[in-house]
Design a protein around this ligand. Sequence first.
Ligand code: BDP
Length: 729
Amino acid sequence: MMNTYLSICRASRSIFHRSWLVGLVFLFSGPLIANNGYQLWLNYEPLLPGQQMQYQATIGTVFLKPNTPTRRVIRDELKTGLGSMLSYTVPFAENNAEASKVLIDLVDAPVIQSKVAEKDRTAITKEGYLILQKGEQLIITAQTEVGLLYGTFHLLQLIQRGESLKGLSILNKPKIQKRVLNHWDNLDRTVERGYAGFSIWNWHELPEYIDQRYIDYARANASIGINGTVVTNVNANALVFRADYLEKAAALADVFRPYGIQLYLTARFSSPIEQGGLDTADPLNPKVQQWWNETVEKIYERIPDFGGFLVKANSEGQPGPQEYNRTHADGANMLAKALEPHGGIVMWRAFVYSDEEPTDRAKQAYDEFVPLDGTFLPNVLVQVKNGPIDFQPREPIHPLFGAMPETPLMMEFQITKEYLGQGTHLVGLANMYEEILQTDTYVEGEGSIVAKVIDGTLHDQQLTGIAGVANIGTATNWTGNLFGQADWFAFGRLAWNPYTSAAAIFKEWSALTWGQRPDVQAVSQQLLDESYEACVQYMTPLGLHHIMAAGHHYGPGPWVSEMSRADWTSVYYHKADAEGVGFDRTQSGSNALEQYASGFRQKYADSDDCPLDLLLWFHHIPWDKKLRTGRTLWAELCLQYQQGVEKADSFLPLWEQVKGEVDEERYRQVKMHLQIQAKEAKWWRDACLSYFQTFSKMDFPQGHPEPAQALDYYLQISHPYAPGIRPRW
Ligand code: BDP
């Protein structure tokens, strides 16, 4: 009754969306349902009464045998989803398939065999599914139980978006096998680079106490096809291998299992010393190998479907095989051997940089890993960040993509926005992910895009994977900034199919998150679509990078010059001087460009035709050089910052248009963050340009606003409350 009433209210609102009418309707319809964002894109908002009736008639009775944990999850999700969207208590049948309108079963079930042609059944891959209309019946079938679950979520999402179910024939399969979240969560529940509260893993209360969040986390991930999670930080703690922690991890794995999600742990390379009492962690030492074998055995006794290890070694002070004059391959293969009999894998990170300060940090991973191509065991994936430095707002692709044809490479994206405004800025990351996945490596000629490296098709890899550093915490809405949910969602969608367009993802997320209110959806899509470029412009335009404040990385800090390593400073990266700005990575400089295939090199080698968005990444350009835009570099830089600020300024009034059409809580959350973003975009512009002006000695172009404060003011800003700072072990 209540639901029907509310649906009518909603109907009125989406039909009459002009603001004065909204006000009028509001008077008669009462407030919108409160929504604190906890339900993510699984809101299951009630549909209009007419739509509800149509869908009810199509769904009728559902044939589903709830005889396994995953099938019970499917049943419960259908109950919740259809109950809420359609005000429908869906009846389930376990036997009478003929009288049911929806049939959910595996491909080898007799009822499916009798209805679905063999060629259609065999086309379905392990985690894929088929949704097919056959006469009056709608069939969801798959090879595996988790495929059935994915198909069910697909159906529920179609309904939530008000799509027709007539004549459905959807064959959907993931293009990447390991679709994994990386939590940089410490055992004390702090989250490295986390901006949404503390870690959701409550090690204190596990294994007995199962927080509802674990279940909802698994649901949310399964609904977007994520099938693995590394629950501990890459800056790892060996304590996790102690028996009590393994019990706790096993309890989480038990929650995740019905949702098709495997649990992984980070492995600190020195664990045999710290937990095993050995005096070495040398990967070629038999005692060390034995310790790992036994540890792995212990893990599988408790977690039979354990996924494997993620390892950060010989990077930023983390221990690794190089301490024993062994290679990354020696280290990875030792772990891989221990895991292999159980079906586990190693994800070995390529984010390495040595203790000696290099001439160009961007070159290191390539230099260390390319010689090892072909030496890793088949159950090792090398996990590579999207760019050669470190999750900057814009980087070129990592030169390793395509450069190790004999080794499966896994993509590592950051979903948490360490360098993109952290918790307070709205930045639709799908545009960045898409840009990277679509970039051409040229390694096998034109069209060798990064997506093809990652999905294994470019070099015929058997094992494939993609990782996203999670932006999830104890915040009520999971991600702190509400629009961060869209980044989590986007990661899942692209992990399933890296060819999906960002625009399609924005559209889908907006529909699922804001319900059937076309103007709210349109505003949400516009914000997501415009915000990535805006952020790059007001933070690091034209290929500038790593000019954030030191340590916590929040806010501008192009002046940072005193750190324990030169390659942690900003001046190392922008190289501003009286003559110009930018890092020369061509032959006349560090020659990092040489690490890319020739097609790629040609695009960026010549400063006159280098795409402007990466100009200062690859070139040191005189301040007064005329660019092909007709402006000097200095004028172009000013313009870019200004355009970024103007865009950020436009977001708030755009959002204000939906006041009254969005529940008050989410409306206010977004509004407050947009206010901060607009203010901080100006902070970035004024601080960076005031600083760079001390080198360019050029006036601001006509019409460009004077910085609000003198440079000294910006130099003195301290931001000690920025969360997620990296602990120094
Ligand atoms: C950088 C972070 C640091 C991480 C490191 C990594 O600043 O906190 O530990 O990457 O990826 O982005 O290992």
